[in-house]
Write a protein that binds this ligand. Structure first.
Ligand code: PHE
Length: 340
C-alpha cells in the first residue's frame, strides 16, 4: 500500500518539476515534496508503522525516490539558470567593434597645425600676426591692390558677391592693405585665413581654402630679403634645406612679381611624376610691393618699399603629406583627419 502511494507521489512530483515554468514554481514544488514538512518527510515519519521486516525495503524505496526527485530538481534548476544566463547575455550584449562612448581626444586640423607652425616661425622673426575679415569690400580686395574694376585679374578671382557690394575675399592680400592702413612703419606682418573663389571643385580646386599672406615694409628692401625669408620659411616647413628659384609672375600689386619654385623634394631635381618631369614645383607667388599700392595706402614709395608673398596653406599641407585630393582636407571626414 505504501509502495503504491510512494510511486504515485514520485510520478506526480516529477511531472510538476517538469511543468514548473519558473524558479519560483520549482521552489514551491521542492518545499512541498522534499521540504522538512513535505510529503516525503511525512512518509518517513510513518516508517514506524511499517512492519519491521518491510522497513528496510521501503526505506530503500523512499531513499531512491528522494534521490530521483532531487536529481530532477537540480537538473531543472540548472535549466532555469541557463535560461537566465542566456537572457542576460542577450540583453547585455556588447558590440566590441563599436567606438567607445564618451568624448574622444581631438586633434588640430593639419591646416591649423601648419598655420600655427608658420605663425611661430614668423613671430620669432619679428612679424605681427594679423586677423583679417572674410567678408571684405571691393576696395580692399581689389582696387587697393591695383586691380581696378575692368582688370582681367578679377576674372581669375571670381567670387561670391554679397548684397551691398561686399564679397567673400578671394585672397588674404586685402589684409596687406589693412596692415598698411593701421600699422606703424617699418612693418612686418603675416595674415593666415580662409579665402573663397567661385571654382568648380575638383581634386586640386576648392571654393574655400586657406592662404597665408606675408608682407614686410622697411627701407631698402630687395629681392634678396624676399628670398632669405622664403628660404627660411620653406626650410622650417619641410624640415630640410630647400633650393628655390624665381620665375616672373604677374600680380598687379607686386612689381617685379614672381612665382617661387622649390626643387622637387621627391626626386631632388632630375624629374619625376610629382614635378611633371621638370625638377621644380611651383609653390608661392611673391614680389616687391608695387609703388602704386604703397601710395594708395598713404605710404611714400620714395622712402619705403617692401615685399609680399601669398602662401597656399591648403596646398602646402597637400605637398607636405603627399595628399592627392584637396577634398580629403576640406570635406570634414574625421576618419581622414584623425590621422594627423
Ligand atoms: N594674392 C595672390 C593670390 O591669391 C597671391 C600673391 C600674394 C601674390 C602676395 C603676390 C604677393 O593669387
Amino acid at each position: 500500500m505504501i509502495e503504491g502511494s510512494l510511486a504515485e507521489l514520485q510520478a506526480n512530483a516529477l511531472a510538476r518539476i517538469e511543468a514548473a515554468r519558473n524558479p519560483e514554481e520549482l521552489e514551491a514544488v521542492r518545499v512541498e515534496v522534499l521540504g522538512r514538512k513535505g510529503s516525503l518527510a511525512a512518509v518517513s515519519k510513518d516508517m514506524g508503522k511499517i512492519p519491521a521486516e518491510e522497513r528496510a525495503r521501503i526505506g530503500k524505496l523512499l531513499n531512491s525516490a528522494k534521490q530521483t526527485l532531487e536529481t530532477a530538481l537540480a537538473a531543472r534548476q540548472e535549466e532555469f539558470a541557463g535560461q537566465a544566463l542566456g537572457a542576460r547575455l542577450e540583453s547585455e550584449w556588447l558590440d566590441l567593434t563599436l567606438p567607445a562612448p564618451g568624448i574622444r581626444p581631438g586633434s588640430l586640423h593639419p591646416v591649423t597645425q601648419i598655420q600655427e607652425e608658420i605663425e611661430d616661425l614668423f613671430r620669432s622673426l619679428g612679424f605681427t600676426v594679423l586677423d583679417g575679415r572674410e567678408v571684405e569690400d571691393e576696395y580692399h580686395n581689389f582696387d587697393a591692390l591695383n586691380i581696378p574694376a575692368d582688370h582681367p585679374a578679377r576674372d581669375m578671382q571670381d567670387t561670391f558677391w554679397l548684397d551691398g557690394g561686399n564679397l567673400l575675399r578671394t585672397h588674404t592680400s586685402p589684409v596687406q592693405v589693412r596692415g598698411m592702413e593701421t600699422l606703424p612703419l617699418p612693418l612686418r606682418m603675416i595674415a593666415p585665413g580662409r579665402v573663397f573663389r567661385n571654382e568648380s571643385v575638383d581634386a586640386s580646386h576648392e571654393h574655400t581654402f586657406y592662404q597665408l599672406e606675408g608682407m614686410m615694409i622697411d627701407r631698402d628692401i630687395s629681392v634678396a630679403n624676399l628670398i632669405y625669408f622664403m628660404k627660411t620659411l620653406l626650410t622650417a616647413v619641410f624640415r630640410r634645406e630647400v633650393t628655390v628659384r624665381l620665375r616672373p609672375g604677374f600680380f598687379p600689386f607686386v612689381e617685379p612679381g614672381f612665382e617661387l619654385d622649390i626643387q622637387c623634394l621627391i626626386c631632388g631635381g632630375p624629374g619625376c611624376p610629382v614635378c611633371k618631369q621638370s625638377g621644380w614645383v611651383e609653390l608661392l607667388p611673391c614680389g616687391l610691393i608695387n609703388p602704386r599700392v604703397l601710395r594708395m595706402s598713404g605710404i611714400d614709395p620714395d622712402k619705403w618699399n617692401g615685399f609680399a608673398f601669398g602662401l597656399g596653406l591648403t596646398r602646402l599641407v597637400m605637398m607636405r603629406y603627399a595628399i592627392d585630393d584637396i577634398r580629403h582636407l576640406m570635406g570634414g571626414d574625421l576618419r581622414f583627419l584623425r590621422q594627423f
